[in-house]
Design a protein around this ligand. Structure first.
Ligand code: IVH
Length: 678
């Protein structure tokens, strides 16, 4: 074995161990910095010596931008569902029936029934061979690359036989809240929706950004290695899988002591009812959503004897909790038009209190959702707070309104242009539609886009309602001085707006393009287009050829996005808006082309932290670094070359100091860029 191979093997091992310690055992064994350092070292070695790269290297978790074809594969285990019960009486009957049939032999394991997406992982020769969705129980979709992005999933294990494991991919409530507020492009009804959507994404690089977690709960092997479900769980744990230790074990034999997961509760058989009550009470305080508990018979020999129906095993049953519901009446259904023109139906409710907040609106998502509910105005409904955050209409309790479900309008209620469907959703495609325009403008000025914060939602709504700012170009054309003295507009406020609007003209072409609210043209697509074409004129010229392969030929752009690009950049209204904005002084070419600057920072990695005198917002400093060929990275690691440090810097400065990274302050930075020399 060569030295290189040995080094790669060693790094691979150390990274796998550190990932397990962090993501499975929640007991980190090295600092983030050390981890980043060895991870980057491995990436570098693998790039130099691809012949020694392990096919299941931890670096393959990064995900890919290529569309996987989502191939269907056969399950080699029966992926059955569960029988259900809804009351403790029904459950008692089930347990009673079984204890009569197998007197003195029934031990129960009770696990939380996680509300996520069911998956099956397959291992062979100690390696993850593939992962499938549950599918129809016989065939599932191949989601291997997506599953690999979940860091707790071991890529290699000690057990060398064939192993299939069922598990549930889910998202914690807190992670869901953060993700939904940060991801401006998306709005998901609940954590389960987001989990099951992300696990199916065709591009694993898109799955990587979603905070997915996975619990495994049933292993299937050919050998007879274990006698009980508990043995099975211990085997999974020993092989590095993340199991949910928040479970109960109830038995009248003396096996009880042997069950000892971190959070497990044990007791005699007569105590399972208490456990269920206890769980129903603490359910809201769990970090993830559960829709019930799964009660399983522990002894595998008995499981074998009981067997299966076509739908479910006879040795397990789901106890479903009542969802937390409140009753109210749908007063009205309106449609809301968001940025990108998406038209969403919203139920206006008779206000009602549900777990701590008053609910008066609930999104109805789209026509399909309304049809499934059979909902119309006037109906009495049950509403829930899914994921503890977003109110949802769960079902119609009493049909009071029209027997037919509410029908989405065919034309935009605001501008009356015909709505166009795309997937399950409807869109108003008139970019001058006033309602759509307001949503788009609010996005345009938002902090992560053009950052014109002094034009907050309220101010913009006021300017919009009064006909002062009706389109994105108006933001630059309107004379804000005319507001002086008007209610709520003091000198200071007006000058803040003018400053912010002026400053925003320095924003890079990528930011401008991705701020226009054109469907499918987010930051990533904007960057890819700009890398290829450099100027807006070149993009428009290419789009005019109406040949989607021109764009889908760009690595990272698929057919759907290519068609969107053509649609937008051949649209007269879009082109006119762009021309006006260009005349107002916004950036529509990449800086490299304008300045033809010397790339004297090429090959250097920078972290920018703190706040600056001259570079406000801070992105302007980052843009400068990029302009001269430097790379901006988010976190300080041993690979970072420079920390550009403003005032009030925090932990990044400490970390950079501890790693001996060169720290550059604002004045020095200005002199560096003016001399164009490091
Ligand atoms: S056992 C044959 N255990 O619930 C074994 N399922 O409604 C059947 N689920 O498809 C599954 N947590 O996706 C089992 N601890 C758990 C579970 C669980 C969630 C899901 C699973 C299954 C569905 C059945």
């Amino acid at each position: 074995m060569t030295d290189i191979q040995a080094k790669i093997d060693d790094l691979t091992d150390r990274i796998s161990q550190a990932e397990k310690a962090y993501y499975v055992d929640s007991m980190p064994i090295m600092s983030d910095t050390d981890f980043d350092a060895i991870f980057n070292q491995l990436i570098e070695l693998e790039m130099k010596y691809p012949q020694f790269k392990h096919s299941l290297s931890p670096t393959t978790r990064i995900g890919s931008d290529l569309d996987s074809k989502s191939i269907e594969k056969e399950h080699t285990i029966p992926v059955l569902s569960l029988d259900k019960c809804y009351s403790i009486e029904e459950l008692n009957n089930w347990v009673h029936k079984n204890t009569i049939q197998f007197p003195g032999q029934i031990d129960l394991v009770i696990e939380p029934k996680i509300d996520g997406a069911g998956v099956v992982l397959y291992y062979n020769n100690g390696e993850l061979s593939h992962a499938l969705t549950r599918g129809n129980g016989f065939l599932g979709n191949d989601i291997t690359d997506n599953i690999k992005t979940i860091k707790s999933v071991p890529l290699t294990i000690d057990y060398k036989g064939e192993l299939a494991i069922r598990g549930e991919v889910y998202i914690e409530k807190e992670d869901f809240k953060n993700f939904n507020t940060n991801e401006k492009d998306s709005e998901y009804a609940n954590p389960r929706n987001l989990a099951s959507g992300s696990v199916r994404r065709l591009k694993s690089s898109e799955t990587r950004g979603v905070p997915l977690k996975l619990f495994l709960y049933e292993g299937y092997i050919k050998e007879e290695l274990f006698k009980s479900h508990i043995d099975n769980l211990m085997f999974l744990k020993k092989n590095g899988f993340r199991i949910n230790s928040n479970c109960g074990f109830f038995s009248d034999s003396n096996n009880v002591q042997s069950v000892n997961f971190e959070n497990s509760i044990t007791g005699t058989l007569s105590h399972y009812g208490d456990f269920i009550k206890h769980f129903a009470e603490i359910r809201n305080s769990l970090p993830y959503e559960i829709d019930g508990l799964v009660i399983k018979i522990n002894n595998l020999a008995i499981r074998e004897e009981m067997g299966f129906t076509r739908h479910h095993p006879r040795w397990a049953i789901a106890f479903k909790f009542d969802p937390l519901l409140a009753e109210t009446v749908v007063k009205d259904i309106t449609v809301q038009i968001g940025r990108g023109g998406r038209v969403t139906p919203v139920a206006i409710l008779e206000p009602v209190l549900l777990s701590g907040s008053t609910i008066s609106r609930a999104t109805l998502h789209n026509q399909d959702y309304i049809n499934t509910l059979g909902l119309n105005c006037g109906d009495r409904v049950a509403i829930s707070k899914r994921g503890d955050v977003i109110p949802a209409v769960e079902k119609v309790i009493e049909k009071i309104g029209s027997i037919d479900p509410f029908k989405m309008p065919e034309t935009c209620p605001e501008c009356h242009s015909a709505l166009v469907s795309d997937g399950a959703h409807l869109f108003c495609e008139n970019i001058e539609c006033p309602k759509r325009m307001l949503g788009t403008m609010q996005f345009f000025v938002s902090r992560s886009q053009m950052d014109i914060e002094s034009l907050g939602d309220k101010t913009l709504e006021f300017l919009f309602a009064n006909g002062m700012v009706r389109t994105i170009p108006d933001i630059y054309i309107f004379d804000y001085n005319t507001l002086n003295g008007m209610d709520g507009f003091g000198d200071k406020k007006v000058s803040n707006i003018i400053d912010a609007v002026t400053n925003s003209k320095k924003k890079s072409f990528i930011t401008v393009l991705s701020s226009l609210g054109l469907k499918d043209i987010g930051e990533k697509t904007a960057e890819l287009l700009i890398k290829q074409y450099h100027t807006i004129d070149a993009i428009i010229e290419a789009a005019a050829k109406k040949d989607s392969t021109i764009f889908s030929g760009i690595f990272g752009i698929g057919e759907g996005i290519a068609l969107s690009v053509i649609k937008h950049f051949t649209n007269k209204q879009v082109i006119e808006m762009i021309n006006t904005l260009k005349n107002c002084g916004l950036q529509f070419q990449s800086e490299i082309v304008i300045n033809n600057e010397v790339q004297f920072l090429a090959g250097t990695k920078w972290v920018v932290t703190g706040s600056f005198e001259h570079f406000k917002p801070r992105d302007i400093a980052s843009d400068k670094i990029k302009l001269f060929g430097g790379e901006i990275v988010g976190a300080v690691s041993t690979k970072t070359n420079f920390l550009l440090c403003g005032s009030d810097a925090g932990s990044k400065l400490d970390k950079a100091k501890s790693l001996g990274i060169r720290i550059i302050e604002e004045e020095e930075f200005i002199s560096i860029i003016s001399r164009q020399m490091l």
